[in-house]
Design a protein around this ligand. Structure first.
Ligand code: PLP
Length: 476
């Protein structure tokens, strides 16, 4: 059975795709698991009502749900699967390593092998420490910066959606129940491409900011001099610059956005693409900072990423193979080309439908997202949901347009055809009202305070600006 139906488009309001097995399992999932899933961004509230509930298999950029429906996927493992699902040589490398044992009483040799491989990729980093999750390494970077500087405050970028599951960051979001204000008050925010906003934090809190942590680039490219300006400001103020390379790493460049933009931070954090979906992340940085987590100094010791599963051998083996593939093959070039091809075709469709003011593709080709606005040009979760619904109905599951090495020209062209049809519905919904075409409730922001609340809050940072479409964060 296939969910991909690309032929003659007729605008229907009832999906004919069978999700009966998914529907039967969903209540059980919610009974057993808070939120029904282990990542909020995968949750039922992030997708239209008419969507697959559970996936069972993937190959390349295709994935199959519990009912046997096939989809072309975008985003793929919250942007961690950059090569493709079940990528043979990565799976084989992990499998070979598993057969040798996954966890020992003393370190495994492969810990040193991957350390060498990663340090060759990232300029300016002398030491590395591995973990299972990106959140753990960004939190470790913050702890290290605080220990190293003896300061308590952290400055993060207000315009970027996510850095960690830990209290120092989640405490600053809408979903901060259970986190004392005394912790969230230690995290300050500055604006991207606004050096003055960072400078004023340093003026307001002299000698108190331990680090400045952000993604060198997310949706908006840095203005000339911005990143270098932040670095110079950090150096002048005795604060550490930390680049979160969870998304940019192995996408902008194998050496991260820091290499792409030519600005070297004191510390940086990698994850996601490092393991093509296997759980592996890395904190990387200068020796004089990183060594505080080691055994060869007389300073107070920093408890730096010491976990039972931190260096599980098969994830390290998977990562080594991922690096080998990136070094042998032009993976990054493919990500950019595939994204560019998709953007070009979607932009043409948008123009063809006259939707330029309502639907926009944003970001670098290797990391594309889309923004949806309603008839009044307001960012709209309803229209986002409708668009997702119409993609899914035609066999594309795309909370973003983030591509992988496995997205072929044929996959991209097929997706473009589906997008064209979905935008036709979008256009009609602008005229007739979205309610006529949307089945069920709209999607919701991941980071909201209450389960039931207004659907527009996701667009918060720029919600008052009605003239330009806003990036609707997919919560990844
Ligand atoms: C920019 C960024 N930093 C950190 C994280 C946290 O990574 P993880 O989910 O592996 O803990 C994410 C996850 O989406 C992210 O997008």
């Amino acid at each position: 059975m296939s969910g991909i139906r690309l032929s003659d488009e007729s605008i229907t309001t009832a999906s004919t795709t069978d999700y009966s097995r998914s529907r039967a399992l969903q209540p059980r999932a919610h009974e057993l698991i808070p939120g029904g899933a282990h990542t909020y961004a995968k949750g039922d509230d992030q997708f239209p009502v008419e969507a697959p509930g559970f996936m069972v298999r993937g190959k390349g950029c295709h994935a199959w749900d519990l009912d046997g429906n096939e989809f072309i996927e975008y985003g793929m493992g919250l942007r961690s699967v950059t090569l493709g699902h079940a990528y043979p040589s990565v799976i084989e490398a992990a499998h070979r390593q598993m057969q040798l044992g996954v966890n020992f009483t003393r370190p495994a040799k492969i810990e040193v092998d991957l350390a060498e491989a990663m340090l060759e990729l990232v300029d300016g980093a002398d030491m590395v420490k591995f973990a299972k999750n990106g959140s753990d390494v960004t939190t470790a970077a913050v702890k290290l910066a605080r220990a190293c500087t003896g300061r308590d405050l952290v400055a993060i970028c207000a315009d970027q959606p996510f850095f960690s599951t830990d209290d120092w960051f989640i405490g600053t979001t809408q979903m901060n129940a259970g986190i004392p204000a005394v912790i969230s008050d230690l995290t300050l925010k500055f604006r991207y491409n606004d050096l003055e906003s960072l400078r004023s934090l340093f003026d307001q809190y002299p000698d108190r900011i331990a680090c400045v942590l952000f993604e060198a680039e997310a949706m908006t490219p840095p203005e000339p001099g911005f990143l270098a300006g932040v670095k110079a400001l950090c150096d002048r103020k005795g604060s550490l610059l930390i680049f979160d390379e969870m998304i940019t790493g192995f996408r902008w460049h194998i050496g991260g956005a820091q290499k792409f933009h030519g600005v070297t931070p004191h510390l940086s954090t990698f994850g996601k693409a490092m393991g093509n979906g296997f759980a592996i992340a890395a904190l990387m940085g200068k020796r004089e900072i990183m060594r505080l987590g080691g055994l060869d100094h007389d300073e107070p010791r920093v408890f730096l990423l010491s976990t039972t599963h931190g260096a599980e051998t098969h994830a390290l083996a998977a990562s080594l193979e991922v690096i080998r593939i990136y070094q042998r093959e032009d993976v990054i070039g493919h990500l950019w080309r595939a994204g560019e091809r998709l953007r070009d075709r979607v932009d043409r469709s948008v123009a063809g439908h006259g939707l330029q003011r309502h639907f926009k593709v944003l970001g670098r080709p290797c990391n594309l997202v889309f923004a949806t606005c309603d008839a009044e040009m307001k960012p709209s979760q309803e229209f986002r949901t409708l668009f997702l619904q119409e993609l899914i109905r035609r066999g594309v599951i795309g909370p973003s347009f983030v591509v992988s090495y496995s997205h072929s020209d044929a996959d991209i062209d097929r997706t473009a055809e589906v997008v064209h049809q979905a935008l036709e519905v979008y256009r009609k919904a602008l005229e007739d009202g979205v309610g006529r075409y949307l089945e069920g409730r709209p999607v919701q922001p991941v980071n909201r305070r209450y389960n039931q609340q207004g659907a527009l809050q996701r667009c918060a940072p720029n919600a008052s600006d009605r003239t330009k479409p806003i990036f609707v964060d997919p919560g990844e």
